[in-house]
Design a protein around this ligand. Sequence first.
Ligand code: B3K
Ligand code: ZN
Length: 844
Amino acid sequence: PQTIHLSDYTPPAYLVDKVELTFRLDPERTRVLSRIAFRPNPESREREFFLHGEGLELISSRIDGAEVTPDLVEGGLTCEVPDAPFTWEAEVEIAPVRNTALEGLYMSSGMYCTQCEAEGFRKITYYPDRPDVMAVFSVRIEGDMPVLLSNGNPVSSGDGFAEWHDPWPKPAYLFALVAGDLVDHPGHFTTRSGREVALNIWVRPGDEDKCAFAMEALKKSMTWDEDVYGREYDLDIFNIVAVDDFNMGAMENKGLNIFNSSCVLASPETSTDANFERIEAIIAHEYFHNWTGNRITCRDWFQLCLKEGLTVYRDSQFTADMRSAPVKRISDVIALRARQFREDNGPLAHPVRPESFVEINNFYTATVYEKGAEVIGMLKRLVGDADYARALDLYFERHDGQACTIEDWLAVFEEVTGRDLSQFKRWYSQAGTPRLKVTENFKDGEYTLEFEQKTPPTPGQDQKLPQVIPIAVGLLGPNGDEVVPTTVLEMTEARQSFSFSGLAAEPVPSILRDFSAPVILERETDNAERAFLLAHDTDPFNKWEAGRALAREGLCEMIVAGAPPDAAYLDAVQAMARDDALDPAFRALALGLPSQDDMAQTLHERGHTPDPQAIWEALETLRQARAQHCQDLAARLHAQYQVTEPYRPDAQQTGARALANAALGLISRLDGGAAAQRQFDTATNMTQQLYALSCLLQAGKGEDAVARFYDQWRHDRLVIDKWFMMQVLHAEPAEAAATTERLTRHSDFDMKNPNRFRATLGALAANPAGFHHASGAGYRLLADWLIRLDPVNPQTTARMCSAFETWKRYDDSRQALVAAELDRVLSTPALSRDTTEMLSRIRG
Ligand code: B3K
Ligand code: ZN
């Protein structure tokens, strides 16, 4: 397969002014007629006319009305064209019902829908399918379905047809079409400047009572983007459609967002608090793309973080504003470490702006998204809120309607602030997580922090240069009072010192407050100091971090040296959990433990070979010890934080339920599952029911609940996904592969549905002790399924490959088992480009 390089970018040879599309829908034989106004691009000297196209049957084509015979070549066609503006017309045939890859035009539960990002439009018709070709689209849909939707504003409709016009020029990846028997949950929004916008959430009949929450989230997002970024909506209608079969979460098509139904449908009975929060965030994320992504898009796919990093950053600001900022920050960092640090420290490491790819769909990664957002957070911290706002205003004003680069983005900041951001730009080009080592010195009232930064080599990048690291620091006095409030140190050298003078006594530093940079902080400290920070730090992130570090160190000692559970940790966590003055959501987070994968990462980082079984056992032992240590407290918290008011998925109730559930987790370790069984039997919402089910499964008492849960929810696909997932996630290490295998034989297992596949095989990868079981059964089972799914749905297969990305951390015997499975999958005939790229990178 061919590798594409950023350095090879050239502007398009032809530009498009106008596109008219007609769809004659049919499951087996959909006809797509296109009429496209091309003109030579004055910025390009290239005169070859090439259109992308994949899996299309070309019926006829014309230039300026005269029949032509193009050359069909690999990935598209070429044709002789006039040296002046001309009109291209083509008719192609496609078969949506046979499209199981879920890219291009496909069918899901009887409805037609599309997914074009990144390069799916070429599966619909011949077109210059690249984001720097922006055009105005008009679409006519013919089909005997009650609802026919496309981008933009409705123009006309009648029996069996509808016409749409999108006045905003857009790249083809933002094209969308939906047709089906759908019902509408309507809403309305008036923009700040008085535009009346019709809002609709379209779902399958029966799901209409699960749209209210998403609709409210949409309105809040629209208001927030006006208030915080000054961005208004720009069409008369905004449609959202829920689709059951979808490769990812959702898609920001202009005026017609398409969502995985799991990211839009919600009710208290069927969705957990975490589901509600995620739905709110994704609705916001896709809506925010209207400006950061759609009005201003990417010049090429290497610039993906331009829209994704920024939009993730914006949606995290939104969630912080709607809910609790500290809780959002802590949750984001947990996810960043779990997914992005893992990626950055393994064979799939790549820069936030990659320099080459084989299949772009493989680069919708935690690095592009989450590290991309962290980079923007750092930039904002460095330039300050006021200059950040000014730079964004300039960005929107200058680049509206354009396809841009990271250079364009940084230039507005340079212009507004007068700063030189060339060193900062290394965050976009250097892969890997910087290690930040700190040493301290106190003398005559002067306190000095000396930092050293080092980024380990990553694939293709041996040498790293120093990056700009904003380090937010505060200092605490011996009695716990804050003697120096948060200041941001700007580190630019490989080694750099910062001093604070006039201190009466040696302070305790609180470093990297609010996790001000995506780095790994290395500092010699002890448990007494960690407990001190957990008790006194005014920065919520570092307060949580201190507790997390105590847990992590204790676990390391247990695993490496066979130590018993650490008393300092048990006392500290109890004191914190008991403190009713603290936010319950924060306390629930602080009661969380590092994941098995976190521990494997930490041990590996420190030169040990992680043993997944030993990690699992240490976590079990610690949980048991904690349950005993906090026995009375747990009973008190479980009772005290029961919510008696009607269900609301807001921050306050969510926090209370999270703490009550954490308490139930402790109780269940000691009472044989009795309390969990009671909660399961009487639960009035999914948050309680599902957590009780997980406690029962962990106590080995889940059999009856599993059966009843299935009977209760067999009609609800999204809830049954949870049913599959819970059983795999909580299977004992030696049973996990067999449990997963048994579930793949269940009549409700359907590998063609990405949600179901992820709920089953993805859950196996999320059960590390099970997946990495010494027998190799987990590796074998996943490899079997990768081979089966690849010809059906390469994108979802390729994503799942990252289950193997940590394989080099483990012992020789596990490595040999994994290598054999990777080679077995890689040698499968006709393996997709997506999966081949992922596995070759992982294999190394
Ligand atoms: N932009 C889409 C992701 C498209 C993924 C293509 N494989 C959703 C989002 O980030 O909002
Ligand atoms: Zn996005």
